[in-house]
Design a protein around this ligand. Structure first.
Ligand SMILES: Cc1cc2nc3c(=O)[nH]c(=O)nc-3n(C[C@H](O)[C@H](O)[C@H](O)COP(=O)(O)OP(=O)(O)OC[C@H]3O[C@@H](n4cnc5c(N)ncnc54)[C@H](O)[C@@H]3O)c2cc1C
Length: 414
């Protein structure tokens, strides 16, 4: 694989950009692999990369029914942070944030990580008390988090209306939180995995799983059967559909989550602002667009469009908190399918079928988890035993009752 560098960019420019090699190979599908990963989203690609890089397993196929990066990995609002309440989540998501911090160098691909801070707002005295408890828990987890007075909030984001329908009583910030370029993350892992020998097979839908004697033997696909002894489902919003092929019922609801961007404007917001109470979060992209997200549509659906009521609520919340944005035109709106577990904690690890692994339950917050998800799933698959960081994220927690309820603790999952 040719290294990307300032020199290679210059050489590319001088030769009219005609000599760039393909970022990843387009291999022929083989009949058998040591490991098959279903889904070329962030998690499938990262898992393949770490399996090849750290565990020396290179006879791997990633099967993707559409195109690489066409799922939620290319549809999200790019927020990365590790300010979770429970120690298990904090340790996992901070591992992820650290991997993000070195990703551009590790993968030789500029993912444009911008650690501009994520600011969470309190709109009442009670809100502030809950945020204080949350921020303290984050600090106990040894993760950066600072409580802010209303004056601090105004200094960080001067355009916020402090005394409107949602008065601002303060907030807290994780300064290491930020955004990165989501397509670049998918492409970076795809390029690095492909260079290590991983076959990324696009337009190849998994239609059935072959199981004999409670052990995975292979998959049925739209391009014929493939044998394997290790198979991981990395299909995010379709986790319950694929798990059902193995007779497993997973506790997830698949819902639509939408986002939207405005026309581009001059730089005016250099942090991410999130309001858990009105359920709106906003940032400004490098192109100047105001990127806006809200809560999931409140019904289960596989539609990737998103309904008008949530769009309307999200925009109203934005214009209430940032009146200056009320005259902007929305340019695009889109949606993806998210798989939400009852405790909003991921669903990762082994399944009751030998050789079948699951990496899902990412809900509305799995983009920030991509590097750690890949790293820990690769360990789990290679050793047939859960990585310590995800030992409590298994399916068995729904039988034991040992839930990690981030939904109730921190309330926001983006
Ligand atoms: C609007 C929106 C905003 C979001 N904002 C954030 C955010 O700011 N921060 C954050 O952390 N998270 C965010 N998320 C969530 C995050 O994007 C997802 O949790 C994460 O991308 C899911 O993991 P993935 O990348 O592996 O999934 P995907 O990219 O969806 O990959 C799964 C792949 O599996 C493929 N597949 C499905 N079924 C089959 C089959 N039968 N055969 C073969 N392939 C199959 C799909 O085509 C898809 O490409 C957001 C999501 C949305 C929709």
């Amino acid at each position: 694989m040719k290294r990307y560098s300032a020199l290679s960019l210059l050489a590319g420019a001088l030769t009219g950009h005609r000599r760039w090699s393909q970022a990843w190979r387009t291999p022929e599908l083989r009949k058998s692999y040591d490991v098959v990963l279903v889904g070329a989203g962030g998690h499938g690609l990262a898992t393949a990369y770490y399996l090849a890089k750290k565990h020396g397993i290179r006879n791997i196929a990633i099967l993707e029914k559409g195109h690489l990066g066409g799922g939620s990995v290319g549809r999200n609002t790019q927020v990365t942070r590790s300010n979770y309440f429970w120690p298990e989540s904090a340790a996992f998501f901070d591992h992820s944030l650290k991997l993000y911090e070195s990703m551009s160098v590790d993968l030789n691909f500029n993912v444009m990580l911008s650690q501009r801070g994520i600011l969470t707002l309190a709109h009442s005295h009670h809100d502030l008390e809950a945020l204080r408890r949350w921020a303290n828990a984050i600090q106990v987890n040894e993760i950066d988090s600072e409580l802010l007075t209303p004056g601090d909030v105004k200094r960080i984001a001067p355009l916020i209306r402090m005394d409107g329908r949602y008065p601002v009583h303060g907030g807290f910030i994780q300064r290491r939180g930020g955004i990165s370029r989501h397509d670049a993350v998918a492409w970076a892992y795809a390029r690095a995995a492909s260079a290590l020998g991983v076959d990324i097979i696009q337009q190849c839908e998994v239609t059935g799983l072959t199981i004999a004697g409670n052990r995975i033997r292979g998959v049925e696909t739209s391009r014929g059967p493939i044998t394997t002894s290790k198979l991981a489902l990395c299909v995010a919003g379709h986790t319950s559909v694929l798990a059902a092929m193995a007779g497993i019922r997973v506790p997830v609801n698949s819902m639509t989550l939408q986002a939207m961007v405005s026309e581009p404007i001059k730089p005016c917001l250099d942090t991410i602002v999130l309001s858990p109470i009105v359920h709106m979060y906003v940032s400004q992209s490098d192109r100047g667009e105001i990127v806006l997200g809200g809560g999931a549509d409140v019904y289960t659906s596989y539609s990737q469009r998103g309904g008008v009521p949530v769009l309307q609520e999200t925009v109203s919340a934005l214009t209430e908190l940032f009146p200056a944005f009320s005259r902007l035109r929305l340019m695009r709106q889109w949606a993806g399918i998210v798989d939400i577990t009852p405790d909003t904690t991921p669903l990762m690890g082994k399944t009751p079928v030998e050789g079948l692994y699951i990496s899902g339950g990412w809900g509305t917050g799995g983009y920030k988890a991509i590097p750690a998800g890949g790293d820990t799933m690769a360990h789990t698959i290679a050793n047939d035993s859960p990585h310590p960081l995800i030992a409590s994220f298994g399916l068995d927690r729904f039988a034991s009752g040992a839930l990690i309820d981030e939904g109730a603790a921190s309330g926001v999952a983006h």
